[in-house]
Design a protein. Structure first.
Length: 92
């Protein structure tokens, strides 16, 4: 897979932002077909940093209830990437 198609967007939440500033861990929403090596290569190629570790999780959004029924939440795949202590990713 191409590096630009593996990583969809960074996850900007309060928890992800504090992890990036305290522990050099950055969270990205990724393609559901990507594996750890694809994510590692993509982050190293796009952001020019050294990746130490990649953790992945499948995240399911809450179900939405409407008057005509329940719509299940979307399932997204996230990767939490730990970067070398000397490197930094500028997301914004």
């Amino acid at each position: 897979m191409e590096a630009t198609s593996v990583i969809r967007r960074p996850v900007i939440t309060e928890k992800a932002t504090s992890a990036s500033s305290d522990h050099n861990r950055y969270t990205f929403e990724i393609d559901h077909r990507a594996n750890r090596t694809d994510v590692k290569k993509a982050v190293e190629f796009i952001y020019k940093v050294r990746v130490l570790n990649v953790n992945m999780q499948n995240h399911q959004a809450a179900d939405r209830r409407y008057k005509y029924g329940v719509i299940p939440g979307k399932i997204t795949k996230r990767a939490i990437v730990r970067v070398h202590s000397e490197d930094k990713i500028e997301l914004f």
